[in-house]
Each structure stands twice: as structure tokens, then as C-alpha cells.
Design a protein around this ligand. Structure first.
Ligand code: SAM
Ligand code: SF4
Length: 383
């Protein structure tokens, strides 16, 4: 059975972080009930249209843990989730407690992704982020007590007031929580955010490169392995859902601004919660647009995603001038070196489709290509 994923987008936040361009709103509380109900209807309609068995679910946002957990699990309950599926909810450490986790677990959630970003208060402040680092520790304790074993921690490095020792402290404090998965993202300046308008707070490339190397050292030292440029995990705990995005699998996006991929066709939903609710209530399509890439373009996109993964790509795809950035094994598979990971975009833009791969990939399912380090599944255009 092929993997099939569901992404569920909860577009509500208590406050907008200064770096964030995801499709989220802080002033739409009055829409929460209608929106969650509309998502439940979209899920039910997709099941009615013969949805395949679901092998992974990712509830993201926004801040899913901000909404009434009953409304959230009512959407999950509609889905044909297989036994052993990975079911993740993205949580903000400020808006979780034991009861909420107990409720999630009773409805099949077995993994949380905690938006930690930094364990240092002045760095959180520099990111325009509110939570108290102590809440991270409490959140992890409560999640584990509820039976959620799988834990991802999201981190961001490169805030202007973050020293190298602040970053190392964040890594060390975070590792005390024994996560089985860590996503560490270079702070990216997105148009339409508060940071975009404040050049004094923009990150420095050399500082970010050094922080990446320190992350690698700390995470590998703690028993995690890098399997995608921004993602590390213990053995077997790679995020099955994100691997779908990176390997060209099929997935359906539920909710506003959510993206989907089905057998080479990509489509995305209307951007705002208002338009989403209104489309669902009036029985019109929530799809805002779609595209089908030519086989060559699809093959190239897939290569650009896969070169970022530790399983690598055929060496024939790697341009001569960047060969020094990959290690090639006896089977002709090229994997980025550590220096190569720092310069992955240089390698990716020079990739070419090897002839035999071109023939093979033309008939394969190719997924969408996130163009930066941000998590896939939802667009992140400014409001
Ligand atoms: C879709 S966001 C939502 C996570 C959740 N709402 C939270 O913040 O706790 C997922 C992750 O993307 C990362 N992210 C978002 N915007 C970013 C940016 N501009 N630069 C780097 N990482 C970013 C953050 O690590 C964040 O936790
Ligand atoms: S980073 Fe997370 S909490 Fe902050 S605004 Fe974006 S989605 Fe909301």
C-alpha cells in the first residue's frame, strides 16, 4: 500500500511572530467553530470520494493547540487512518496541558511537534515570540505522561541577538528533553513580516553557517542523524509525513491555503478562512488553483528535493563544478558532504536529469517543491 498523507491547516494564532509569513490570523476567533466544522465536512467529502487509507496526518498551522481539542479531533475522526499511522499535531508550548494531550491520544495522535525556536528568553524576544522556555519543559512532561512518545522540536537559528553560546545553550537545553526528532531552520526573512521591515534584525550568513555546524555537532553527539538538510532524527523516527512531500508522494490538504498533490497534479485551497468557510457552506470547490508540471520539470523538482535528503541522488545529476560538495558511493549515489549541506542551493540549481532517470521518472508521481527551509504543506504568503 502506497503512503498517503493528510495535512490539516489550523490558521489561528494568539499573536503573530515577527518572522512568520504562514497563512495564520490573530483576529479570527469568531470563525473557529465554523472553520473547524468546514474542515470536518471537507474531510468527510474526501472520504466519500474514495480517499485512500491514510498513513500519516500532520495537523499544522497556525496554532492547532489553540482550538478546542474536540473540534480538532472531530476532523481526525472522519479519516480512514490505518493502524500504525503517524499522527502529528503542531503545538505551541504556551497552549497545551495534560487534558488536551489525553484527548489527542484518545483520538489517535502519537506525535507532537513543539514550536520551541529558542530556549533563551532574549532570543525569543528578538524573534517576536512570546512563550516562556519553562513551558517547553512542562509541555514535554505532559505529552509524555499522556503517552505521546514521539516528539519533534522546531528551532530557529540566526536571530540578531543570538550569540553562538546562546545557540549552544538552546541546543543543550532542548536535548535534555530527549526529542527523537529536531527541525532546525535558518531564520529566513519573508516579505510581509515585521522582520522584513527591520533590516537591523536580519541574519548574517556566516553566523548562520557556524550555527548549522554547531547544531550538527550537538545533535549527532546526542544520537540523532541528519536525514534532510534541516531535519535530524533518531533511527526510524524520520517524519513519515514530511518524507511524502520530499519523495513525491500523494497527500491531501484540508483547510484554507493547504496544498495537495495527486499523481503529478498539484492544487491548493483558497487562502483565507472566510473564503474557505463560505465555499464549504455553499457547496462550491475550495480549490483555488492547480498545475501539472511537464515530466522533465517534475523530475528536476524531485531531484532538487532529494539532493537535500541523506539518501542522495545519482551522481550523473551533479554538475562537475559542485562535485567537491558530494561524496559518491560505489553504487554511484551522491550525497551532500557537510560543506555541501551548507551550499545545497548551489548544488540544486546545477542539477541535471540523468537520461535513465528521466525515462524512469516520467511515469512516476512527483511532488511539490518547497523552495526554502520552511515546512511544506501550506503556503506562507503574507496576509
Ligand atoms: C508552520 S510553523 C508553525 C509552528 C507553530 N505555530 C509554532 O510556531 O509553534 C512551523 C515552523 O516553521 C518555522 N518557521 C516559520 N517561519 C520561519 C522563518 N521565517 N524562518 C525560519 N523558520 C521559520 C518555525 O520553526 C516553526 O515552528
Ligand atoms: S510561528 Fe507559529 S505561532 Fe508564530 S505566527 Fe507563525 S504559525 Fe503562529
Amino acid at each position: 500500500m502506497a503512503d498517503f498523507g493528510i495535512y490539516i491547516h489550523v490558521p489561528f494564532c494568539a499573536r503573530k511572530c515577527d518572522y512568520c509569513a504562514f497563512a495564520t490570523w490573530t483576529d479570527r476567533d469568531h470563525l473557529v467553530v465554523a472553520y473547524m466544522e468546514a474542515m470536518r465536512h471537507q474531510a468527510a467529502a474526501a472520504v466519500h470520494d474514495a480517499m485512500p487509507p491514510v498513513t500519516s496526518v500532520f495537523v499544522g498551522g497556525g496554532t492547532p493547540s489553540l482550538v478546542d481539542p474536540h473540534l480538532l479531533t472531530a476532523v481526525l475522526d472522519e479519516l480512514p487512518i490505518v493502524a500504525g499511522a503517524e499522527v502529528t499535531v503542531e503545538c505551541n508550548p504556551d497552549f497545551v496541558d495534560r487534558d488536551r494531550f489525553d484527548h489527542y491520544v484518545a483520538h489517535g495522535v502519537n506525535r507532537i511537534s513543539l514550536g520551541v525556536q529558542s530556549m533563551t528568553p532574549h532570543v525569543l524576544e528578538a524573534l517576536g515570540r512570546t512563550h516562556d522556555p519553562d513551558n517547553v519543559v512542562t509541555a514535554v512532561r505532559d505529552a509524555r505522561a499522556a503517552g505521546i512518545d514521539r516528539l519533534n522540536v522546531d528551532l530557529i537559528y540566526g536571530a540578531n541577538r543570538e550569540s553562538l553560546s546562546d545557540w549552544e545553550q538552546t541546543l543543550a537545553d532542548m536535548l535534555l528533553l530527549s526529542p527523537d526528532h529536531v527541525s532546525a531552520y535558518a531564520l529566513t526573512i519573508e516579505a510581509g513580516t515585521a522582520l522584513y521591515d527591520d533590516p537591523a534584525r536580519h541574519p548574517d550568513d556566516d553566523d548562520q553557517a557556524e550555527k548549522y555546524l554547531r547544531a550538527e555537532a550537538a545533535l549527532v553527539g546526542a544520537g540523532l542523524t541528519n536525514y534532510e538538510i534541516s531535519n535530524w532524527s533518531t533511527v526510524g523516527q524520520e517524519c513519515r509525513h514530511n518524507l511524502l512531500y520530499w519523495t513525491g508522494g500523494n497527500y491531501l490538504g484540508i483547510g484554507c491555503a493547504a496544498h495537495s498533490h495527486q499523481d503529478g497534479r498539484r492544487f491548493w485551497n483558497v487562502h483565507t478562512p472566510e473564503r474557505y468557510i463560505s465555499a464549504m457552506e455553499s457547496g462550491t470547490s475550495v480549490e483555488a488553483g492547480s498545475e501539472r508540471l511537464e515530466p522533465d520539470a517534475r523530475a528536476l523538482e524531485l531531484l532538487q528535493l532529494q539532493v537535500r535528503l541523506s539518501h542522495g541522488v545519482s551522481v550523473d545529476a551533479i554538475a562537475d563544478e559542485v562535485r567537491h560538495l558530494v561524496d559518491v558511493n560505489s553504487e554511484g549515489i551522491a550525497k551532500l558532504t557537510l560543506d555541501g549541506r551548507l551550499l545545497a542551493n548551489e548544488v540544486a540549481i546545477r542539477l541535471t536529469i540523468p537520461d535513465r532517470l528521466q525515462k524512469h521518472v516520467g511515469a512516476e508521481h512527483i511532488g511539490s517543491a518547497p523552495t526554502d527551509d520552511s515546512p511544506p504543506g501550506v503556503d506562507h504568503h503574507p496576509m
